[in-house]
Write a protein that binds this ligand. Structure first.
Ligand code: NAP
Length: 295
């Protein structure tokens, strides 16, 4: 068997096309949705992620508001920048790019974000709403990677209702909120959430209709662990040495390449969940702008 590709690039392009139309409709009503970012320090990878987010915004017509602070910024200065973004009427939603330089407490900074402007959906209030299943009417933003995974599966017709999903990794941006999202009414998956203390991980993965690997250990998920025909989503990203002839880091996923011969569906690294994560950030901003429209 050769797995069919869960193509995140093509799917994200389709979602962007839809968002472009929704942004145009908002602009016709005089509303320009805006994404703010706060970048502290000069980490090249973080700077590149932020640039990518603003490029994505330009593609669909979302305005960009960029705040930057030097690496030596104090916590008070960072909190003041967050307060300014909270108050800025051009900003529909914003994010603080992580990781923050050493000495700054990310939890304190993230909790200072107004939950109504939390573009990443990772504020404790919005994670609480995810637990409670509150959505729609208040348009609370969803964490981008879990939302992107669900959208990628839905748009490829991979059923989740009644499926057994084994999520490997219980990190706060992927595994744990994904478990909550998948068990929501209306999505209705049955979830096993695994981590570094899970005994016999191979046996757990073999039980899955859908496997999500969000660990950050290249090749962790072996072909013999995967039930033939299962859908496998590779979320982990590890930066390896550049391949010969390239100057860019070679990105490695958590899934052994041989899994493609066993799985029914497979999302690649790169080009799978990553582009979906990026486009779900835009979707959150558009949804927040739409929710703020007068009835
Ligand atoms: P994280 O917070 O470090 O979580 C990693 C998880 O993996 C932890 O729960 C850890 O278990 C578990 N783990 C470690 N070794 C394991 C093993 N041998 N067997 C089973 N579980 C193991 O990381 P994260 O932020 O969730 O991110 C996970 C990966 O996804 C990273 O590679 C990250 O770069 C990538 N990522 C990709 C995207 C994307 O858009 N594609 C977005 C976000 C993150 P314990 O809890 O027991 O320590």
């Amino acid at each position: 068997m050769t797995a069919r590709v869960l193509d995140g690039v093509a799917t994200a392009t389709a979602v962007k096309d839809e968002l472009r139309g929704r942004v145009a409709a908002l602009r016709e009503r005089g509303v320009v949705p805006g994404l703010g970012t706060l970048l502290v320090g000069d980490d090249p990878a973080s700077a590149s992620y932020v640039r990518g987010k603003h490029r994505d915004c330009a593609e669909v017509g979302i305005a960009s508001i960029e705040a930057t602070l030097p690496a030596g910024a104090t916590e008070a200065e960072v909190l003041a920048a967050v307060a300014a973004l909270n108050a800025d009427p051009r900003v529909t939603g914003f994010l603080v790019q992580l990781p923050l330089p050493a000495g700054l407490d990310p939890r304190e900074v993230l909790e200072a974000v107004d939950p109504a402007k939390d573009a990443d959906g990772l504020h404790p209030v919005n994670l609480g709403r995810l637990v409670l299943g509150v959505d729609g009417t208040i348009a609370s933003p969803l964490p981008c990677t879990p939302a992107g995974i669900v959208e990628l599966l839905a748009r490829h017709g991979v059923p989740l209702a009644g499926a057994h999903v084994v999520v490997v990794g219980r990190g706060l941006t992927v595994g744990r909120p994904l478990g909550l999202l998948l068990t929501r009414r209306g999505i209705d998956a049955t979830v096993t959430l695994c981590h570094s203390h899970t005994p016999d991980l191979a046996a757990r993965v073999r039980e899955a209709d859908v496997v999500v690997a969000a660990v950050g250990r290249p090749g962790l998920i072996e072909p013999s662990w995967v039930r033939p025909g299962a859908a496998v989503l590779d979320v982990g990203i590890t930066r390896g040495e550049p391949l010969p002839g390239s100057s860019r880091a070679h990105l490695l996923g958590d899934v052994d390449p041989g899994v493609a011969e066993v799985a029914g569906w497979l999302s690649p690294v790169p080009g799978g969940v990553g582009p979906m994560t990026r486009v779900m950030l835009l979707a959150n901003v558009v949804r927040m702008a739409e929710a703020a429209l007068p009835a």
